[in-house]
Design a protein. Structure first.
Length: 315
């Protein structure tokens, strides 16, 4: 019979092999950070805006490719991740459209991981994440005959630069150590002046990581697969200031991760989530949004709950 210490080492080795075989390859993404009236122009008109996000998430499952829980004795990850975004909105062009730019950076201010094996498998580091730069085109708002809004739309091309902190010996990092391209189309459609739906539909492409995490073994490079993800919301305006609604997001990886240029099957990630939220406009230059999400159906990912606070302020 193995002694307790040897059993612990054996369990850690098996768990490391299990994690390496079950992906968790994609970088950090906008899963539920944006929601109410997405696709709409900023309410305060042209100028410089600061948007601050505070995301608290807690996961208690590490799922495999079939959605089953991995065999770690304990699977707890708690993350507090603030995101700071600047949005420059110039005067509209002659056709009513606006061409602007945004920049944002996410940080891991606090990460707590527990694997039941003295963190022999799960490890993390805190710090500043990758920088995202995105030019966007805000299309003119379409209105009904009575002047109420009908449809707002925005197209943005986000470039994620590998500027964040990264350690190949850590399983959770602020930065991804590879470039990503993450464009999106966002829109809000009003069924009535008070009831509307919003969606942000995103595509993800990732470049190679030439210093992959050590759990991959003796390999030269890895490339996370491509993915589609979307944030969806239906909102109802109770007053001119307060809107309530149901929010959700969905993620599906559509191509295999590559390891040393070869496709690695069984690593595609998937998850969806739903939850309530509200938005409160103190005025046109200060808007608070609060959302919560409960994840379901995760494959090759953690599964848990998420709480997001977002405050938009015109500088």
């Amino acid at each position: 019979m193995l002694k307790p210490r040897l059993r612990l080492i054996a369990a850690a080795v098996l768990a490391c092999q299990s994690l390496a075989a079950h992906a968790y390859d994609l970088p950090g993404l906008n899963l539920g950070s944006t929601s109410f009236y997405d696709g709409s122009p900023v309410p305060g008109g042209p100028g410089l805006y600061l948007e601050q996000y505070f995301t608290y998430s807690k996961a208690s499952r590490f799922n495999d490719a079939d959605g089953h829980k991995l065999g770690l004795p304990r699977q707890d990850v708690t993350v507090f991740a603030p995101t700071t975004q600047l949005i420059w909105v110039p005067e509209p062009m002659s056709n009513g459209a606006t061409l602007g730019v945004t920049a944002l950076v996410t940080s891991l201010a606090h990460v707590s991981v527990h694997d039941g094996l003295d963190n022999a498998v799960l490890s993390s580091r805190e710090g500043i994440g990758d920088l995202t730069i995105g030019p966007f085109l805000q299309l003119p708002t379409l209105t009904r005959a009575d002047g109420s809004p009908l449809l707002t739309q925005r197209i943005e091309a986000d470039f994620v630069l590998p500027t964040g902190a990264y350690d190949r010996d850590k399983s959770i990092n602020p930065g991804s150590n590879f470039f990503s391209f993450n464009p999106y189309y966002a829109a809000t459609y009003w069924f009535t002046p008070k009831w509307s739906v919003s969606g942000r539909f995103m595509y993800l492409w990732n470049a190679e990581n030439h210093d992959p995490q050590r759990s991959f073994g003796d390999v030269s490079d890895t490339q996370a697969g491509q993915a589609l993800h979307a944030n969806l919301t239906t909102q109802y305006a109770l007053t001119d200031k307060l809107s309530v609604g149901i929010n959700g997001y969905v993620l599906k990886q559509i191509t295999d991760t590559r390891i040393d240029g070869h496709q690695a099957s069984g690593r595609r990630e998937k998850v969806w989530a739903i939850g309530p939220g509200f938005a409160y406009a103190f005025d046109r230059e200060n808007v608070l949004t609060v959302n919560s999400y409960f994840e379901q159906g995760a494959e090759n990912r953690t599964e848990g709950n998420k709480f997001v606070i977002n405050f938009l302020h015109k500088l």
